[in-house]
Design a binder for this molecule. Structure first.
Ligand code: URA
Ligand code: SF4
Length: 290
């Protein structure tokens, strides 16, 4: 797919913590100036021990076509200017449809406060705090993860643990930096106990918040990190290995998928695939900006 001698590739692999192993080409041993070949799939990485479990299991069907997106969200009324004294959050007791409709017209501050106060699903019970999202509210790029882990739950920001360090390296590999032209959010805003995968009813309960974040942000491109994030955005069962390199859509915004950084910490050989996915995303972004 790409030239192993490309200096950009070498830099990207280095940013992602992939040290290429070098081996002699067959027949070249002993010729003095033997050419070394980078084997990107054979990686040597210092993997931190503690990672979030993100199982990638086989799904009934692979994606053949760009996904049919969920029905477009209703046109959003301009968020009303609330007087400061108005209670910001929507009570958890309101019906889901009314809740979603209220969320759909919130501004950033109201949305954040509503998430922080939310008790719309059982994940509120064991969280220390909800993790809203972080970044540049004018960003072209949006990255969506699965849900907070222990460290995120503790600190209130997404991707601040080991997986977050790898995400930062992945961002650096495509010249992005947390807070600059990137917004980072999760499919669920509260930590699933024991870092289990969020249940469909939990991602569904939390979905209006993500939808509103996308709508307020209007990113040019969304990168879904891992299967739960991708399935939440695309509203269908997917397998990352089958969905990589394809362009999907969510609320009119192009979406690409790649492996979750926590998965990559446990499956080092897929890091080079994630790198390819980031290159694909970068090319797509250039196209979208052209
Ligand atoms: N994993 C995620 O999906 N999100 C985080 O914020 C941290 C780890
Ligand atoms: Fe509310 Fe989402 Fe937290 Fe559930 S996960 S309590 S829906 S913020």
């Amino acid at each position: 797919m790409s030239d192993p001698h490309d200096p950009k590739r070498a830099r990207l692999l280095a940013e992602m913590g992939i040290k290429p192993l070098w081996r002699l080409r067959d027949g070249e041993a002993g010729d003095g100036a033997a050419t070394a070949v980078a084997v990107a799939d054979a990686v040597v990485v210092d993997a931190p021990a503690e990672v979030v479990a993100t199982p990638l299991v086989a799904t009934p069907r692979a994606v053949e076509q760009p996904a049919t997106v969920r029905p477009p969200a209703p046109a959003m009324p301009v968020a009303p200017q609330r007087p400061p004294a108005t209670p910001a959050s929507v009570p958890a007791v309101v019906a889901p449809a009314a809740h979603a409709a209220a969320v759909a017209s919130m501004d950033w501050d109201t949305l954040r406060q509503t998430v922080l106060d939310c008790r719309a699903c059982g994940l509120c019970k064991q969280r220390k705090q909800a993790v809203f999202g972080v970044g540049d509210q004018q960003a072209d790029w949006m990255f969506v993860g699965e849900g907070p882990g222990a460290e995120e739950d503790e600190r209130g920001d997404p991707f601040v643990g080991q997986a977050g360090k790898l995400l930062d390296n992945m961002l650096a590999a495509i010249d992005l930096k947390r807070g600059q032209d990137v917004y980072i959010a999760n499919a669920v805003k509260c930590r699933p106990p024991g870092n289990r995968t969020p249940e469909p009813h939990e991602t569904a309960a939390c979905h209006p918040y993500l939808a509103r974040q996308v709508e307020l942000l209007q990113p040019r491109l969304i990168v879904a990190l891992g299967r739960p994030a991708a399935q939440t955005l695309l509203n269908e069962e997917i397998k990352i290995s089958a969905a990589r390199g394809k362009r999907f859509q969510y609320m009119g915004v192009p979406v690409v998928v790649t492996y979750h950084p926590a998965y990559l910490l446990r499956n080092l050989t897929d890091k080079s695939k994630a790198w390819e996915d980031l290159c694909f995303a970068q090319d797509l972004m250039a196209e979208l900006k052209a």
